[in-house]
Write a protein that binds this ligand. Structure first.
Ligand SMILES: Nc1ncnc2c1ncn2[C@@H]1O[C@H](COP(=O)(O)OP(=O)(O)OP(=O)(O)O)[C@@H](O)[C@H]1O
Ligand SMILES: [Mg+2]
Length: 473
């Protein structure tokens, strides 16, 4: 069925929003900055990137069905909206979209778990009203205004991921999004290359409070060691609706009990005074805590918490973030946990814990296939080596490693745990395939740049009929 093509921007609305001049009349059903993903009906924004100038792709965009291009240069086509600067034009569209919206807006930041929490919020709130959420991890200086500009004026809930690598990045993005609810999933040493201390990372996350609307709510991880710092930062901004979530007794949305259940977890919780039991179809304690943050944000945004908790049971792990696959290989059945999307010290630990909790069948072993963690700065070698302790403690049987910094981990492991090491994941792949045997559980994880995804693809390719085991199906 064709998706409904609703008008998002008419030429006059977009011209008004950007103080631009439209050379013709058109109406756009979407906004795009990339001709590779452009959809028919989009307004194409010709941004000046570090390597490419979008103005060179205008003909291609129009040929693919763009209704017009937002430009800041003289162009020959009539299908153009001319502004002084296309990046500022995109931001202006984003702001205008926010200004015309009556939606309850949730901004999600944190060191890990932003996309997962955003997807969970999208799933559960879609059942309660028209819900818009930013795509993928489009959380930076162009991703946030692009996401805002794509929100329908009819949306009742809007969810935006906001990220950063440097101090000062979140503040202007939060003021653009103007959230009613700000959720900080957790604060850890991730994207830490440009920060001297973890406290400085917490302060950068606290910039999310800058744009919170009057009367808005801050939703904070009570278990995180920076909770009090974030709480104080929120109070200093005059925010008095502060909701804590986690396992702490003082948390408003608090875990009472969690029992692992077939790749998921049965959770009993006190959700702002209401006792509820719900199932999460994703494994791991980190997801249990994320789910409490999601439900606290639902409450803060005016949603129905018990309905939302019920629908969390339908959630599956986003691609590359903990999805389970059962694959039939020549060696027998193997469980693959795909964590190839990204890795940081904290998410590595979380993934190793999930591997430890997953029971192999028969003679199967627990195997970790690990690519490098990037963006760690000068402490990278030591941080990689430190994973040995976690792997030993969690009883992992065999560890394969790829990349220069992962060599430090390989060296730190007891010899019996070393499955193999290679300079890159392509070279490591045959060693992993060779080692597989029936009943094994294998987790594959590394930073996006370390390309552990090719190992996942290859393992899935061993079995064209591989199926997910999440939800017990
Ligand atoms: N609370 C958590 N603690 C530890 N690890 C987590 C937590 N939540 C999610 N993760 C893991 O962190 C990784 C990244 O998850 P996700 O993509 O949701 O984070 P993100 O904050 O959006 O990351 P990015 O900054 O790359 O956009 C995944 O492997 C996920 O399983
Ligand atoms: Mg993300």
């Amino acid at each position: 069925m064709m998706a409904e093509q609703r008008t998002l921007w008419t030429s006059s609305e977009a011209a008004l929003a950007t103080s631009g001049e439209a050379a013709s009349d058109w109406s756009a059903s979407g906004v795009s900055i990339d001709t590779r993903t452009l959809q028919k009906g989009d307004l194409f924004v010709a941004l000046h990137g570090p390597n490419f100038d979008g103005h060179n792709f205008i003909d291609e965009a129009l040929a693919k069905g763009a209704v017009a291009a937002l430009v800041d240069r003289q162009v020959t086509t009539e299908k153009a909206l001319r502004v002084d600067d296309t990046m500022s034009g995109l931001e202006a569209l984003g702001r205008a979209s926010r200004a015309r919206s009556a939606a309850s807006i949730i901004a999600v930041t944190g060191s890990v778990g932003k996309t997962g929490s955003k997807e969970a919020l999208k799933l559960v709130l879609s059942e309660q009203g028209e819900t818009y959420a930013s795509a993928g991890s489009q959380n930076n200086h162009w991703g946030v205004p692009l996401s805002l500009s794509r929100m329908s004026g009819q949306a009742e809930f809007g969810i935006f991921e906001i990220g950063m690598n440097h101090p000062g990045e979140i503040n202007p993005l939060s003021r653009m999004v103007r959230p009613n609810v700000a959720l900080i999933t957790t604060v850890e040493a991730v994207h830490s290359e440009f920060f001297d201390t973890d406290e400085a990372i917490a302060d950068a996350k606290a910039e999310i409070f800058a744009g919170l609307t009057p009367g808005g709510a801050a939703v904070l991880n009570r278990d995180n060691r920076h909770f009090l710092r974030l709480y104080a930062a929120a109070r200093a901004k005059g925010i008095d609706r502060i909701i804590g979530f986690g396992t702490w007794d003082e948390a408003d949305f608090r875990l009472l009990d969690a029992v692992s259940d077939n790749g998921g977890t049965i959770i009993r919780a006190n959700l702002g005074g209401a006792l509820l039991t719900y199932r999460l179809a994703i494994a791991g304690h980190h997801w249990v805590v994320n789910s409490l943050g999601v439900l606290a944000a639902v409450a803060a945004a005016g949603g129905n918490v018990s309905d939302a908790a019920e629908f969390l049971g339908d959630m599956e792990a986003p691609t590359g973030r903990g999805r389970f696959h059962l694959i039939h290989t020549g060696a027998g059945e193997v469980t693959l946990i795909d964590e190839s999307y990204n890795a940081s010290p904290v998410s590595m630990r979380a993934a190793i814990e999930v591997l430890a909790q997953t029971v192999p069948s028969g003679q199967g072993r627990r195997i970790a296939v690990l690519g490098e963690m990037l963006e760690l700065g000068s402490g990278a070698a030591q941080i990689h080596a430190n994973l040995a302790e976690v792997l030993v403690r969690e009883g992992i049987d065999l560890v394969f490693t790829a990349g220069r910094d992962m060599a430090y981990l390989s060296d730190a492991l007891p010899p019996a745990m070393r499955g193999g090491h290679a300079n890159n994941t392509g070279l490591l792949l045959p060693m992993v395939v060779e080692a597989l045997s029936a009943g094994d559980v294998i987790v594959v994880k590394g930073s996006a740049g370390s390309k552990t995804g090719i190992i996942v693809e290859a393992l899935l390719g061993l079995d064209a009929h591989s199926k997910r085991t999440v939800n017990g199906d």
